[in-house]
Design a protein. Structure first.
Length: 37
């Protein structure tokens, strides 16, 4: 799992980008925006 995270870090340009993306995804999920689609 560590290797996978390190790979995603490199792809996403650091953990900050990944954290922002995951937080945004969680926010959208919590808001149930997907119900509209």
């Amino acid at each position: 799992m560590k290797d996978f995270r390190q790979i995603t870090k490199k792809v996403n340009g650091g953990t900050n980008g990944l954290d922002k993306r995951t937080k945004q995804y969680a926010r959208i999920k919590n808001a149930n925006i997907f119900k509209d689609f």
